[in-house]
Design a protein around this ligand. Structure first.
Ligand SMILES: Nc1nc2c(c(=O)[nH]1)N[C@H]1C(S)=C(S)[C@@H](COP(=O)(O)O)O[C@H]1N2
Ligand SMILES: [Mo]
Length: 357
C-alpha cells in the first residue's frame, strides 16, 4: 500500500494541513469506482490518528450505546452502497473567474464514487431506541477538531433512516484510509460531502440541527448580493441535497489536439435524481451533440460517465457540457448565473478551451 506522502504525491494538493487534494481529471475518469488513493480529500483540521483497539462509537438515544469496531461489524447486517461523494465546493475555481470567493480553488475533481460497505445507520439508531419525529435531526461528532471544537454536522432524521445512508468501514472492499475517515465514517448518498462525517466519535438524536459551526455557520448557499460582511447564516440555505452537475474530464483545459475526431469524456451527477441526457458542444454552446451514457445498474446515487465524439477543425474551440435530469431540468450556462461569495454549488456548463492544429 502507498504511504500517505506517496498518495499525496499523486494528487493536486491545495493544502497539506488541513489536507485538501483532488485527482487530475483524466485519472478521475479512468474508472467508474474511484480508487481510494485517487479519491479527493477534504479535511478541515489535522487528520486524527485512531487505533481500532481503543476506538469506540457512542450513540445516545433512549439508551446509550458504546460500540467497538468489532461490535459494529458483528451486530448489524452488512450493507453496501455504490455512491458518489462530492464536495459542495467542487468546481469553485470557475466561480473565481467571476469575482473573488473564499475557500480552496477546486477544479472538477472534488468528487468520486466508491462502493461503501458498512451497515445501515437506521439499524444502529433503532438499537439505540431513538425517538422518531419529523422535526428530529441526527447529529454527529468526529475526532478531528476545527478551531478547537470537534467537527460536527447533522442530517434530517428521515435521511438518516433511509436505507441508502450507511456508516461505512470499507471503501471499494478495503478498510478506509486514514484520510477518508478510518475507522468509521458516515456515507449520506446524494448529500454534499460535508454531511458525511469521517472519524466518527458520537451520535445523538435531537430536535434541532447541530449547533456546531460547520453545520450552523458554514456550507450555506447565499444569493449573489450577500457578502462575507452581510451574510447571516440563519438566512442561508443549508446545503444538503446536491444539484445536477457535469464536467469534461478529457481533453484537459489548454490541450493541443490534432484536427478531426476528438473524443470527449466526463461525468454527470444528479444527486438523488438520474441523469437522462448529456449534451456536448464544440462551439461554446451554439450547437450540441448527444453523449453516450454509461451508468452502473442499481446504483441510483452514483454518477453517470459519458463519452462524445466531436469533429474539430483547426483553431481555438470552447468545448462545453450540460446534463439533463429525470425532472427535465438542465444547468445554467454561465458562472455569473450561480456565483456566491462562498463559492458553493458551481453548476454552470463546464467549459474547456482547446487548440486544434
Ligand atoms: N470529521 C470530518 N468529516 C468530514 C470532513 C472533515 O473535515 N472532518 N470534511 C467533509 C467534507 S466537506 C467532505 S467534501 C467530505 C470529503 O470526504 P473525503 O475526504 O473522504 O473525500 O468529508 C466530509 N467529512
Ligand atoms: Mo466538502
Amino acid at each position: 500500500m502507498l504511504s500517505l506522502s506517496e498518495r499525496m504525491a499523486r494528487l493536486i494538493v491545495h493544502g497539506a494541513t488541513p489536507y485538501n487534494a483532488e485527482p487530475p481529471l483524466g485519472r478521475l475518469r479512468a474508472s467508474y469506482r474511484t480508487p481510494a488513493a485517487d479519491f479527493y480529500v477534504r479535511s478541515h483540521g489535522e487528520l486524527p490518528d485512531l487505533e481500532t483497539e481503543t476506538w469506540r462509537l457512542t450513540v445516545e438515544g433512549g439508551v446509550t450505546l458504546e460500540l467497538s469496531l468489532d461490535d459494529l461489524r458483528t451486530r448489524f447486517p452488512r450493507a453496501t452502497v455504490t455512491a458518489t461523494m462530492q464536495c459542495a465546493g467542487n468546481r469553485r475555481a470557475d466561480l473565481r473567474a467571476v469575482a473573488p470567493v473564499s475557500g480552496d480553488p477546486w477544479q472538477a475533481g472534488a468528487i468520486g464514487t466508491a462502493e461503501w460497505t458498512g451497515f445501515r445507520l437506521g439499524d444502529l439508531l433503532r438499537m439505540a431506541d431513538v425517538a422518531e419525529g419529523v422535526d428530529r435531526h441526527v447529529a454527529f461528532e468526529s475526532h478531528d477538531t476545527v478551531d478547537g471544537r470537534p467537527y460536527g454536522v447533522s442530517i434530517p432524521f428521515a435521511k438518516a433512516m433511509s436505507s441508502e445512508t450507511l456508516l461505512a468501514y470499507a471503501m471499494n472492499g478495503e478498510a478506509l484510509l486514514p484520510e477518508h475517515g478510518f475507522p468509521v465514517r458516515a456515507v449520506v448518498p446524494g448529500y454534499a460531502g460535508v454531511r458525511s462525517p469521517k472519524w466518527l466519535r458520537r451520535i445523538t438524536v435531537q430536535d434541532h440541527p447541530s449547533e456546531n459551526p460547520i453545520q450552523a455557520g458554514d456550507y450555506k448557499l447565499y444569493p449573489p448580493n450577500v457578502t462575507a460582511e452581510t451574510a447571516d447564516p440563519v438566512l442561508g440555505h443549508t446545503i444538503d441535497a446536491m444539484p445536477l452537475n457535469a464536467a469534461i474530464c478529457e481533453p484537459a483545459r489548454g490541450a493541443v489536439l490534432r484536427a478531426g475526431a476528438c473524443r470527449v469524456r466526463g461525468y454527470a451527477v444528479a444527486g438523488d435524481r438520474s441523469v437522462i441526457r448529456v449534451d456536448v458542444s464544440g462551439d461554446g454552446g451554439r450547437t450540441w451533440i448527444q453523449a453516450t451514457l454509461e451508468h452502473e445498474p442499481d446504483a441510483p446515487f452514483a454518477w453517470t460517465f459519458w463519452t462524445a465524439e466531436l469533429d474539430l477543425p483547426p483553431g481555438e474551440h470552447d468545448l462545453a457540457v450540460r446534463a439533463w435530469d429525470s425532472a427535465g431540468q438542465t444547468q445554467p450556462a454561465l458562472p455569473d448565473d450561480v456565483w456566491n461569495h462562498k463559492g458553493y454549488l458551481c453548476t454552470c456548463w463546464h467549459r474547456v478551451r482547446v487548440r486544434v492544429t
